[in-house]
Design a protein around this ligand. Structure first.
Ligand SMILES: CC(C)(COP(=O)(O)OP(=O)(O)OC[C@H]1O[C@@H](n2cnc3c(N)ncnc32)[C@H](O)[C@@H]1OP(=O)(O)O)[C@@H](O)C(=O)NCCC(=O)NCCS
Length: 174
């Protein structure tokens, strides 16, 4: 990356109208829903990556839960009780097409990992989950995410792949 991105929470004044990551649904979400979801409904918080005063990427996170039966790895699954497990959900991730390939997506993920460790310490958190678009599975895979247990069999072609990264793996890397 030519200039390191500053990563901070979305501000009401951030201009989101010119952002384009190449996925219309993500651009629409960022322009129209990220603000109300954060400032009015308190459903989620969006973090933006800023380079040279321009927003070049965003990651939206929310507190969520995961059923034990979906935790990958039988040994890990056995350690957990049978009620919903606290996780941090990476709900949306996008990097402007003009800034892709410069490490911005990875920097946003590293920030999300630090949030997950903070959540672990403040509220409990067993990992990060995300629904990976099929073309982005490789991006998450290289960071250690694995598909949730028992979901691949039920997926239709092109449907997002639910993926998980355990908190101990995250903590060891942060
Ligand atoms: C996927 C996305 C967030 C990656 O962000 P980025 O800033 O371009 O990624 P980075 O520059 O941090 O890439 C880091 C590495 O991941 C690799 N990578 C990036 N996108 C990838 C993909 N779709 N599949 C596999 N590997 C990918 C890069 O080649 C790079 O590898 P290297 O370190 O060996 O060079 C970005 O391309 C994007 O916004 N795409 C469109 C929207 C989208 O698909 N969002 C994800 C929805 S689940």
């Amino acid at each position: 990356m030519a200039e390191a991105a500053e990563i901070r929470p979305l501000a009401r004044t951030d201009d989101r109208s010119g952002f384009s990551c190449g996925q219309a649904d993500l651009d629409r979400f960022f322009e129209h829903y990220a603000g109300p979801n954060q400032f009015k409904l308190h459903l989620a918080v969006t973090y933006v990556a800023v380079v040279g005063g321009q927003v070049v990427g965003f990651a939206t996170v929310a507190a969520s839960s995961l059923e034990r039966k979906h935790v990958p790895d039988a040994q890990r699954r056995r350690r957990f009780p049978g009620y919903p497990l606290p996780v941090l959900r990476l709900a949306r991730l996008g990097v402007d097409a003009r800034a892709q390939g410069n490490g911005v997506g990875t920097a946003l993920l590293r920030h999300v990992f630090r949030l997950a460790v903070d959540q672990r310490d403040a509220l409990g958190c067993v990992g990060v989950v995300t629904d990976a678009k099929t073309h982005a599975v490789g991006f998450y895979d290289r960071l250690g995410f694995v598909p949730l247990e028992g979901v691949l069999e039920g997926l239709l072609a092109g449907e997002p792949v639910p993926m998980f990264l355990p908190i101990d793996v995250i903590a060891a890397a942060t």
